[in-house]
Ligand binder design. Structure first.
Ligand code: ZN
Length: 100
């Protein structure tokens, strides 16, 4: 069996969650290239799992794309725990319009 076929067979046998972990490819993006308003919004509209509280703020933001999802990763401004904010990118906005 060709290597490529065997590779696909192996992937097919793995659940979606495993596949996601195996293929986690991180594409760095520049958070600070965004509009100032966007930056402020992303840095203030947060959720911290440790504090169990919203909008505590984020420091040291890093933006990247992973598995087609753009996220901003940073630290909770209150407790310093890692927090993650998913960004609804322009690419996905179009799909939502179908619901209207
Ligand atoms: Zn916190």
């Amino acid at each position: 069996m060709p290597v490529e076929c065997r590779y696909k067979t192996v992937l097919a046998g793995i659940g979606p969650i495993d596949l996601r972990e195996k293929q986690m490819e991180r594409i760095e993006r520049d958070f600070f290239a965004r509009e100032k308003d966007d930056q402020d919004a992303f840095l203030s509209q947060t959720w911290c799992n440790e504090c169990m509280e919203a909008d505590l703020g984020m420091v040291e933001p890093q933006e990247y794309e992973m598995d087609g999802v753009v996220v901003v990763e940073g630290k909770c401004a209150k407790c310093g725990s890692a927090i993650l904010t998913e960004i609804a990118d322009d690419d996905t906005d179009g799909e939502w319009e179908d619901d209207q």
